[in-house]
Design a protein around this ligand. Structure first.
Ligand SMILES: *Cc1c(COP(=O)(O)O)cnc(C)c1O
Length: 471
């Protein structure tokens, strides 16, 4: 690569750029140093493109280069973590932030984050308190556990429980439960990270109680059961129940832990979802402790809960990892408020957005599609065909992989753009719109659209279809 390019000399000087209308127009709202840095970045970028043999800009006139600098400035000022309109229909979409929070949870976050709080302060005696107390009693009430602890996420809850109960020793896990959850949470790796030696028992499809019994040795400190939440082995299978493992644990003096993944606090039938044990049912088997997520089927903030027997939870609370994985005040506030809604299950169903989205009947989705169709057709004009079609959504978050949520979606077929172009333009909208493609159409599923977001969707579709098609 050479340092010379005939066009390099045409790149405008920084002071010249600062005097162009696009950058001068921003002088009132921006510091001089910011404008200068943006101008420098634009020139640097064009120099890089020229030297790399890429096309720089159609025109290297100062005005055009200044417009690039303004684009850079806007990009720098656009938040990276942004709100998105979720039209995928996947309710607990891990990449889009899983569960939207209930109104009361949002209020609790604002209240606690705005000023000071009782985070670790006991008002009765006016002295240092424990941050665990804000959610422990609620968790016990809602799950039947004797004690509970909430940490940063369920991966952290499992790691803490493994390290505290079996660090330096070994734990038994069925070969059929050595799972990977999205985002590189793998049972064997989390065990290694917790300093626990994995002893595999049984086979992929069948594990019997005797397999566990025979594997127990001097170094065994824990029996771990893992809910295979994101896949199913069908056919010739057998697993050992929680009751059987709990009995074996009692007989041999070993704690039994179950990683439930999703933390169901309500009967899934109330949501029209397939049977799956609730946290209360899992603990009722006699298992010593369970772990679950705060932002899966519970519908709260990212958190991981360990609920179970008093002495087990006490060991966890005193482990150094509990300090490293502790919750911050905003998450605690959101978790406490979300849990409080469950004291009245009807209220939880009404006010926790994820539960409402899972439970929406198909007729209601059809009604929403019919309401969305006319304004969407109006902005699309003759640039796209819109149609209401039956569509199946999924729970997401690795929960209930086989559950199909029946519903309806708007299917968009653009005429002058490719599907990829339309999808990319919608993602560049403000706020960005994310749908899903299926059978050469873009599906917009209203299940995961929040109330009041409809006009933003319509505007985004209109703009995406109208823009000239040079991208
Ligand atoms: C989702 C899941 C996890 C990880 O939980 P996070 O809250 O995402 O950390 C662990 N175990 C199981 C079985 C899960 O389903």
């Amino acid at each position: 690569m050479t340092d010379h390019h005939p066009l390099l000399r045409q790149l405008p000087a920084i002071d010249r750029l600062l005097n162009t209308p696009p950058l001068k127009a921003m002088a009132d709202s921006h510091a001089h140093a910011q404008l200068r840095a943006a101008a420098q970045a634009a020139v640097e970028e064009l120099r890089r493109r020229l030297l790399a043999g890429e096309k720089p800009l159609p025109d290297l006139a100062p005005g055009a280069v200044a417009r690039l600098a303004v684009e850079f400035l806007h990009a720098l000022e656009t938040p990276s973590l942004r709100r998105v309109l979720n039209l995928t229909g996947t309710v607990l979409h891990t990449n889009l932030g899983r569960a939207p929070l209930a109104q009361s949870a949002l209020q609790a976050v604002v209240e606690v984050a705005r000023g000071y709080s009782t985070l670790e302060y006991e008002l009765g005696e006016g002295r240092r308190g424990e941050r665990h107390v804000h959610v422990e009693e609620l968790l016990c009430r809602l799950t039947g556990a004797e004690a509970a602890l909430a940490v940063n996420n369920n991966a952290g809850a499992v790691l803490l429980a493994l390290a505290a109960l079996a660090g330096g020793k070994s734990a038994l896990v069925s070969r059929g439960e050595l799972i990977e959850i999205g985002g590189s949470f793998r049972i064997p790796e989390i065990m290694a990270a917790g300093g626990v030696r994995l002893v595999e028992v049984g086979t992929t499809n069948k594990t019997h109680l005797d397999d566990y019994r025979r594997a127990i040795g001097d170094g065994t400190a824990l029996i771990l059961k893992v809910h295979t939440s994101n896949y199913r082995i069908l056919g010739f299978t057998s697993t050992v129940t929680g009751e059987e493992l709990a009995a074996l644990g009692r007989e041999r003096g070993l704690p039994v832990l179950e990683d439930l993944g999703s933390g169901l606090l309500l009967d899934p039938a109330a949501l029209g979802l397939p049977r799956e044990p609730t946290v209360r049912e899992a603990l009722a088997t006699g298992i010593d402790a369970v772990t679950f997520s705060g932002d899966k089927l519970l519908g709260g903030p990212q958190a991981g809960v360990i609920a179970g027997r008093q002495e087990i939870i006490a060991r966890l609370k005193h482990h150094p990892l509990a300090r490293a994985l502790r919750l911050d005040k905003m998450t605690l506030a959101a978790l406490e408020a979300t849990l409080r809604l469950y004291l009245d299950p009807q209220r939880a169903l009404r006010e926790i957005p994820a539960l409402g989205m899972l439970a929406i009947p198909a007729e209601e989705l059809l009604r929403r599609c019919r309401e969305l169709l006319p304004p969407m057709q109006a902005v699309a004009g003759d640039r796209a065909d819109l149609e209401i079609i039956p569509a199946t959504a999924t729970v997401g978050g690795g929960a209930m992989p086989l559950a199909e949520l029946p519903g309806f979606a708007l299917a968009v077929t653009p005429h002058r753009l490719s599907l990829q172009q339309l999808a990319a333009r919608l993602r560049r909208s403000d706020p960005p719109v994310v749908g899903r493609t299926q059978d050469n159409r873009l599906l917009l599923d209203p299940r995961t659209l929040l109330p009041g977001e409809e006009p933003l969707l319509t505007k985004a579709l209109g703009a995406a279809l109208a823009a000239p098609s040079h991208d």
